[in-house]
Write a protein that binds this ligand. Structure first.
Ligand code: 5GP
Length: 204
């Protein structure tokens, strides 16, 4: 009976180094009704990153064309680079009943909340400022100045956490993923979405 449910839009934000990607990876192992939206960015790829898996890497000019053409559901600038969510992929997968996970920063999340009021927004918080800095340095792929900028940006982003529907602390990725899993499950049970199923029970 629940087969025809439309998917949810699940927005995950949190400072770089909060461990969002790990939590999202765990969540995707836990359930088969979710998929991940790969973003478009003008940032150069890091050594381990793959085109079409981590991001679609594009030139600033191509990004501008996509933004102007209405092909992005939201877009924002973050530490000198542009990032955006491909609209077509998200809309298609939701129609197919999949919940789509967006890993996006706070400005983009704000745009989604305004344009898609049914979206679920979750902020992933690192357990402490020290742990955040340790994770960013341990990643060791960015220059010192970039790490400094990302730390500053991280503090600014954490100040926005109260605008989200949920806050999950990522002390342990498995436990954090279990919390996000519970949030999505509960949101899929909302009466506003399932009330049509009541009618089906009553008339059959
Ligand atoms: P990174 O360069 O570390 O991969 O990502 C930097 C920030 O950009 C992260 O906070 C990430 O969530 C965000 N981001 C990634 N893709 C998008 C996107 O499509 N839109 C927006 N608004 N932010 C994104």
């Amino acid at each position: 009976m629940q087969m025809n449910e439309k998917g949810k839009l699940l927005v995950i934000s949190g400072p770089s180094g909060a461990g969002k990607s790990t939590v999202i990876g765990r969540l995707m192992e836990m359930r088969d009704d979710v998929c991940f939206s790969v973003s478009v960015t003008t940032r150069p790829p890091r050594p381990t990153e793959q085109e079409g898996v981590d991001y679609f890497f594009v030139s600033p000019q191509r990004f501008q064309e996509l933004a102007e053409g209405g092909f992005l559901l939201e877009h924002a600038e973050y530490v000198g680079n542009r990032y955006g969510t491909p609209r077509g992929y998200v809309e298609q997968r939701m129609l197919e009943g999949k919940s789509v996970i967006l890993d996006i920063e706070v400005q983009g999340a704000g745009q989604i909340s305004r344009n898609c009021p049914d979206a679920i927004t979750v902020f992933i918080l690192p357990p402490s400022g020290e742990e955040l800095e340790r994770r960013l340095r341990h990643r060791n792929t960015d220059a010192d100045e970039t790490i400094r900028q990302r730390l500053l940006q991280a503090k600014r982003e954490c100040a926005e956490a109260g605008k989200y529907d949920y806050i999950v602390i990522n002390d342990d990725p498995g436990a954090a993923a279990a919390e996000v899993n519970a949030i999505l499950t509960a949101e899929k049970c909302r009466a506003a979405d399932r009330i049509k199923l009541v009618t089906e029970v009553l008339i059959s």
